[in-house]
Design a protein around this ligand. Structure first.
Ligand code: SAM
Length: 285
């Protein structure tokens, strides 16, 4: 348990939130689906268990990407809304649902989470996987509160990035990514106020102020051995160093990245030990 427990709805607070460009993930959907680590089955089973998901309820997966959370929970809900503002992400997710013959349970919506219209009290669980930090958090937290039925849950899932860790190759990966994001002439893709806002207003504060009870964190250890090709694929799936973001520099970046990685790990096996987790909040019953 890492969160303070508390609640208290303060809807009259006015906040200014960083505004992100809406095409940050353009061109990443294929790499995203191929190279992101899946949420571990144990973590998903724990989430379903703690939220009482028994196959009859309704799930809303916001900023769903290609459906990493939605498909992991597909057996636990009768109705799933999957929402993402990037059409390519929804395109891949929709094709997956068709392939898995579960389309009848899904409603796919291309659009911003903060502009979604949904019935009050409709959902048993709302999930946001590796994305709450990219949303106008206060606005979304308040909307989700209304869309949840009393007693319903909001889960923020996170983790799995290969650059988080203390291995030499992880430091090299992180440093190379930072150097290229800050290269002269690179347009700032992320608003300058982003980290400042996260530090000043932690997620748990935003959720408590929106009226949730914070019910704690669950985490599961993961270990994975990456190849250099997979790490390059992971980086291509990010909003900051995708092929679209790098433009004419994509080939040069790829060469640099592989050189840095090979210098740390000549055998080409990059072992990661990390955790994937979710933080759970509940609309009081
Ligand atoms: C890092 S991906 C997360 C995908 C998936 N939820 C997961 O757990 O891996 C972030 C996703 O958030 C989406 N996104 C960012 N801002 C959004 C917004 N305001 N409304 C809807 N989707 C948004 C992006 O298009 C992208 O697909």
């Amino acid at each position: 348990m890492h969160w303070r427990t508390g609640s208290g709805r303060r809807d009259n607070v006015t906040v200014t939130e960083p505004a992100f460009r809406t095409d940050l993930y353009r061109g990443t959907a294929r790499a995203y689906d191929d190279f992101r680590l899946p949420y571990p089955a144990g973590l998903i089973a724990d989430l379903a268990d703690r939220t009482g998901a028994d196959g009859t309820g309704r799930l809303l997966d916001l900023a769903c990407g290609t459906g990493q959370v939605a498909f992991a929970l597909v057996g636990s809900f009768a109705e799933i809304w999957a929402v993402d503002q990037e059409p390519e992400m929804i395109g891949v997710a929709r094709r997956k649902a068709q392939y898995l013959a579960v389309m009848s349970r899904f409603r796919f919506i291309t659009g911003a989470a903060e502009q979604l219209t949904a019935p009050d009290g409709h959902f048993d669980l709302v999930t946001i996987g590796n994305a709450f930090h990219r949303l106008p958090r206060t606005v979304v937290a308040r909307s989700v509160w209304r869309w949840l039925q009393p007693g319903g849950f909001l889960a923020l899932l996170w983790g799995g990035s290969p650059h988080d860790g203390d291995e030499a190759w992880q430091h090299a990966l992180k440093a190379t990514m930072q150097r290229w994001q800050q290269r002269p002439g690179a347009r700032a893709r992320i608003p300058a106020s982003y980290q400042e806002d996260r530090d000043a207003r932690p997620d748990e504060q935003i959720l408590a102020q929106a009226g949730y009870e914070l019910t704690g964190r669950s985490s599961v250890p993961v270990s994975h051995v990456w190849t250099a090709d997979e790490l390059a694929g992971f980086v291509a799936s990010t909003s900051v160093l995708s092929a679209t973001a790098l433009g004419d520099h994509a080939a040069e970046f790829d060469t640099d990245l592989r050189r840095e990685l090979a210098a740390c790990q000549p055998d080409g096996r990059f072992s990661q030990r990390a955790e994937m987790a979710y933080d759970l909040a509940r609309r009081p019953g």
